[in-house]
Write a protein that binds this ligand. Structure first.
Ligand code: NAG
Ligand code: NAG
Ligand code: NAG
Ligand code: NAG
Ligand code: NAG
Ligand code: NAG
Ligand code: NAG
Ligand code: NAG
Ligand code: NAG
Ligand code: NAG
Ligand code: NAG
Ligand code: NAG
Length: 721
């Protein structure tokens, strides 16, 4: 490992040692967040490492001792896909084993004690169930909920390996979506299913032997859907965070999109309550004709039961088709399937992304501030004017957290210089770091906290704009470094000091650059008003912010060589690459990289989530065609002269591949140096590690070539005509 680093360093023009190589970044352990046991003493996490010799990844499980920070290997292997803490003692677990010897495509449930591991097979499930949640009831039974796809006609679990194959591959649609993210819509919908592991000879400590009658019940079945069939988890990114079982095991709360609105052009989703035994049809907590405020119409999230089971906390947006509206907090008082909703700290100008109940009726809330996800404490009865304060800082990006019995939290976090950090922090106290990957993983050796910094400037509208800066290994402020000017996607997605395996800006820095990412107008986490300014403004203020940021660096940061700069971006960032190509800023870069970006704004309806384009363009393409024409890069292709590297993938149904092909055809026809990298098996993101290795190899060569750091462009294996 070390040898390869030295060899690579010798070829780097800047003469600096490289801490991070592409192979290392991609192979290094990817650790899950920590899953804490009921007593708050230990936590389980998984770790997946890739091997470039075998071209395979391997997952291992580990136990973190929270008091000492000691980490030991868990007594089970990668057959285990998920674990929940439930059972008679604090070290009891119930887990999903991904293999099932009886049913192809099925899974099995097992119980065990992590301290004294002698697992017992307790249930065979006949489909690829995931998303396990479970509680032990007073009787000693374990009530669980899992999810998988369900047949449209009878709601039973769908197992692709056992399903009869249709004779024709045709799919006929009468309404949208036709496809979403990277899949075509089929008949089946994800549903949650409940089941009971019955305790024989159970007593108060609930340690009786468990048995399973083989029956699971679809808890979404029977909801009156006039337009959109219910689906939990909500696709494409939903998971078990979309549902929760009450502590007594009797009631399940879950999230699904509005059954009365088109899912392609509205974001609205509601929380429902349903008996765990499925004896009644689910009823909504929020949305039309409920006790929730009439202003709350948009997407809901993260339903969480209070420890005493009398309340349910959740978040919801107001805007019915605005995915970047802020989430507000609500608490419903629940009695059976009846609920009464009240808002919490309603005026808080922040956008919570998750919560947990802490002691004394406090909600512990995760929400971004200045591009960093942080933790906040909010009393559940907080009045509208209550102003929560962050108790974690700007040095880590919170991925997940659990409240410990003493009111402190175990945080799973990351940052630009460490792929995983576990720490304990009590509100009002300093954090105690238990683990940080950069000190353990040989692949990350040499990464330092001080390799990320930021600066602010005021834009022409008087808004303060933050820019993050990533420095290479052995950075020397007396030297001048080529600039990699990254424009983030979204546009309503912040890009701060966080770890990424797709756009790892610390890795980009180690190609011999200072890397910057400007949190331009429209970026979330700087107040809702700032985010909302993106409407009808895609090539407007964000573009002038980027121009101003570039000029600020030229004048004020001596170690950045703005005369030797490249620009790169994905998604909205790639739209912006196409926009700057046609405008003055594009001429300041030696080369551009665009990944899965739009060339034609008028072609926006080739996407799937129509709410997004209709909100951001402030209307439809028929009522407001001028808004779609306003910032259309296609109108400026006559100005394109800067060398451009294009990536576009077939399974990207969000920004369609024809935009990338069109862009390449235009650049080639105009004689502008350009390359097109295409993956038939990737969507909006390149996820496969072998594909990602290729992606990095060609892109890094492109930007190093145009900044004079590589002598030539890689010619092998270019596809010749
Ligand atoms: C990768 O696999 C090869 C072949 O099995 C093995 O020799 C090597 O030790 C593995 N590398 C790592 C980092 O585990
Ligand atoms: C932590 O691990 C070390 C080395 O394995 C051991 O010596 C020490 O006793 C452990 N500490 C605790 C609190 O478990
Ligand atoms: C679990 O841990 C808590 C806190 O240490 C303790 O009070 C409780 O008795 C433990 N429960 C069992 C069943 O051991
Ligand atoms: C998973 O299930 C297989 C049988 O399908 C069994 O051989 C294996 O021991 C199980 N592993 C664990 C950790 O439960
Ligand atoms: C549900 O419908 C599917 C498709 O028609 C069928 O294959 C399956 O056997 C049905 N399941 C039950 C439990 O009726
Ligand atoms: C509960 O059941 C367990 C195992 O079945 C047994 O060891 C224990 O003594 C029982 N406790 C009581 C209070 O009956
Ligand atoms: C379903 O909902 C629609 C619209 O709210 C309503 O008109 C219809 O009567 C409902 N059907 C049933 C069976 O409740
Ligand atoms: C939303 O979708 C529905 C069903 O496809 C359609 O009737 C309606 O006109 C759409 N609304 C907008 C604003 O596009
Ligand atoms: C909360 O965030 C602010 C702004 O970044 C920071 O200055 C402050 O230190 C943070 N508070 C804590 C307790 O970390
Ligand atoms: C970062 O910290 C390391 C170790 O303390 C130090 O050697 C290095 O010079 C620092 N780098 C910068 C850019 O300050
Ligand atoms: C959006 O359109 C509405 C009218 O349809 C108008 O009042 C509003 O000013 C527009 N907003 C933007 C940002 O263009
Ligand atoms: C780009 O093109 C437009 C019209 O096609 C022209 O007015 C403008 O000056 C050009 N801008 C640059 C930077 O070349």
């Amino acid at each position: 490992m070390a040898l390869r680093k030295i060899v690579l360093a010798a070829s780097a023009v800047m003469g600096s040692a490289w801490a991070l190589s592409t192979e290392d970044m991609l192979a290094a352990p990817r650790r899950s967040t920590a899953n804490v046991n009921p007593s708050g003493e230990i936590a389980l996490f998984s770790s997946t490492r890739y091997n470039w010799t075998t071209h395979k990844s391997k997952t291992t499980w580990h136990i973190l001792d929270i008091a000492s920070g000691n980490i030991t290997d868990a007594p089970f292997d990668s057959a285990v896909s998920e674990v929940v803490w439930v059972g008679p003692v604090n070290t009891s677990i119930l887990y999903i084993n991904e293999t099932n010897e009886e049913v192809p495509g099925g899974v099995t449930l097992w119980t065990a004690d992590v301290r004294d591991f002698a697992p017992t097979l307790v249930a065979s499930l006949n489909a690829p169930f995931a998303g396990l949640k479970a509680v032990q009831t007073k009787s000693g039974n374990i009530n669980f909920v899992v999810n998988t796809k369900a047949y449209w006609n009878n709601g039973s679990a769908y197992n692709e390996e056992l399903a009869s194959k249709p004779l024709s591959s045709g799919g006929l649609y009468d309404n949208t979506f036709v496809r979403h993210w990277n899949e075509y819509i089929t008949h089946e919908r994800f549903s949650i299913f409940s089941g009971v592991l019955t305790a024989e000879k159970a007593n108060a400590t609930g340690s009786g032997k468990l048995s399973f009658n083989g029956k699971v019940k679809n808890l979404l079945w029977g909801i009156n859907a006039t337009v959109t069939r219910p689906e939990t988890p909500v696709q494409p990114f939903g998971d078990q965070g979309d549902y929760d079982i009450s502590p007594d095991g009797k009631t399940v709360a879950f999230l699904t999109k509005s059954p009365h609105l088109s899912k392609a052009n509205y974001t609205a989703s509601y929380i429902y309550l349903v008996p765990h035994d499925g004896s009644e049809v689910a009823v909504p907590v929020n949305g039309p004709n409920t006790s929730a405020p009439k202003t709350a119409q948009g997407a809901s999230g993260y339903p969480r039961w209070s420890p005493d089971g009398t309340k349910l906390a959740y978040g919801q947006q107001d805007g019915i088709y605005y995915e970047s509206d802020r989430f507000k907090l609500y608490v419903a008082t629940v009695d059976g399937l009846k609920s009464e909703v009240k808002s919490v700290a309603e005026d808080w100008d922040s956008t919570p992304s998750g919560l947990a109940w802490g002691p004394e009726g406090h909600l512990y809330v995760a929400s971004e501030l200045n591009a960093m996800n942080r933790l906040w404490v909010v009393p559940y009865e907080a009045e509208a004017s209550y102003k929560p304060e962050n108790f974690t800082g700007e040095d880590t990006y919170v991925s997940d957290f659990s409240v410990l019995p003493d009111g402190s939290v175990l945080v799973s976090a990351a940052s630009g210089w460490t792929s995983r950090m576990f720490y304990v922090q009590k509100p009002g106290s300093d954090k105690k770091v238990l683990f940080t990957a950069n000190e353990v993983d040989p692949e990350l050796a040499g990464l330092q906290e001080n390799s990320t910094t930021y600066f602010w400037f005021q834009n022409k509208d008087g808004d303060n704009i933050q820019t993050f800066v990533f420095l290479p290994t052995d950075f020397d402020p007396a030297k001048k470094y080529p600039l990699a000017f990254i424009v983030h996607g979204g546009p309503q997605v912040a890009q701060g000091d966080n770890w990424s395996t797709r756009w790892n800006l610390r890795l980009w820095a180690d190609q011999g650059f200072v890397v910057t990412t400007v949190q331009f107008t429209g970026t979330p986490s700087y107040g809702q008003e700032f985010t909302d300014k993106i409407a009808n403004n895609w090539g407007g203020t964000p573009y002038t912010d980027l121009e101003e940021a570039f000029e600020y660096m030229r004048k004020n940061i001596p170690y950045i060589d703005t005369d030797n700069a490249i620009a790169a971006g994905a998604s909205y960032g790639a739209f912006m690459m196409n926009w700057i190509q046609g405008h003055a800023l594009g001429k300041k870069f030696k080369a551009i990289v665009s990944h899965d970006g739009k060339l034609s704004q008028r072609g926006a309806y080739a996407t799937e989530e129509l709410w997004f384009i209709q909100k951001d363009q402030n209307g439809t393409v028929w009522d407001n065609p001028e808004n779609y024409a306003l910032w259309d890069p296609l109108d400026y292709v006559g100005n394109f002269t800067t060398p451009q590297f294009i990536v576009h993938n077939d399974l990207d149904y969000r920004v369609v591949v024809s935009d990338g092909v069109m862009l390449f055809n235009i650049l080639q026809s105009r004689g502008v140096p350009s390359r097109f990298l295409h993956f038939p098996d990737e969507g909006h993101w390149v996820l496969n590690r072998e594909n990602s290795l290729l992606w990095h190899k060609y892109i890094f060569n492109w930007i190093r070539y145009y900044t004079g750091q590589d002598k030539e462009l890689i010619q092998d294996p270019v596809i010749k005509q």
